[in-house]
Write a protein that binds this ligand. Sequence first.
Ligand SMILES: NC(=O)c1ccc[n+]([C@@H]2O[C@H](COP(=O)([O-])OP(=O)(O)OC[C@H]3O[C@@H](n4cnc5c(N)ncnc54)[C@H](O)[C@@H]3O)[C@@H](O)[C@H]2O)c1
Length: 265
Amino acid sequence: MDIPKRGESGGSDFAGKSVVVTGAAAGMGKQIAAGFLRQGASVVAVDINEQALNGLKEGLAPELADRCVCYAGDIAEQSVNEGMIARAIEENGRLDILVNNAGTAGHSEPITETTNDDWNRILAVNLNGPMYAVREAVARMLEQEGGGSIVTIASVAGIKGCRSSVAYSVAKHGLVGLCQHTAYAYMHQGIRSNIICPGAVRTGMTSDPGLESPFGRARIMSGMDPDLVFGDASDIADAVLFLAGEHAKFINGAVLVVDGGMSCN
Ligand SMILES: NC(=O)c1ccc[n+]([C@@H]2O[C@H](COP(=O)([O-])OP(=O)(O)OC[C@H]3O[C@@H](n4cnc5c(N)ncnc54)[C@H](O)[C@@H]3O)[C@@H](O)[C@H]2O)c1
């Protein structure tokens, strides 16, 4: 019997599925959206950067672009979260998968250097936004046959207290609680909610000059070989597609660390 190689599973694991991906214009979100589209899903791609979002669609092969709807907005806003889910249902009749990926890093400040504005913005984008999205997604999934699957991108900063700004770490820890609570609360209704905690991944976020601050890159990378501890956005997308799909049907409330081993010290 021929065993399909990785990536050759027929390419249609998500055929007919209705997916929402936030932060889809760049980095991990772009790979996640493209991964679902390549495997047959219809995707509502959400991002605050409308120009980059249009670039995503223009860069897709026509048969994929036809199944990709762009939805521009700031996920800190409740109305954007509710609007993106309503759009997926309007387009595809249901919502099968929500990926909470969009996030903002801040500038790696410890608490004595954290302003109220920084705190409020990071919590608004990284925690309040996903809360609005999960609340709306669960409500809609409960109304449909078959439930649904939610995958949320937290961070190793969501399970450890260091190597990021305090606001970022608090928000990412909060996401773990949000998603595990949701997993447990709706386990009998066919709704799964899992969390991915990436380590260092090569994206726009990690090339942000703000990470060069004294509490930034030097501290994050101290004692580590960047060639070994940086993953690619596609490494995270692979994990998202696995957790979202049928192969993970008995995985619920899991916190999957995807960091090449960085946090094992
Ligand atoms: N890159 C890393 O090393 C790393 C590590 C751990 C966790 N993460 C998390 O992974 C997720 C994706 O990060 P990335 O590295 O791909 O970042 P990125 O900066 O490359 O891309 C993030 C995307 O989200 C969009 N976005 C940002 N704020 C938004 C908002 N308020 N509303 C809508 N869209 C918004 C951006 O425009 C961008 O397109 C984030 O939640 C981040 O916290 C990243």
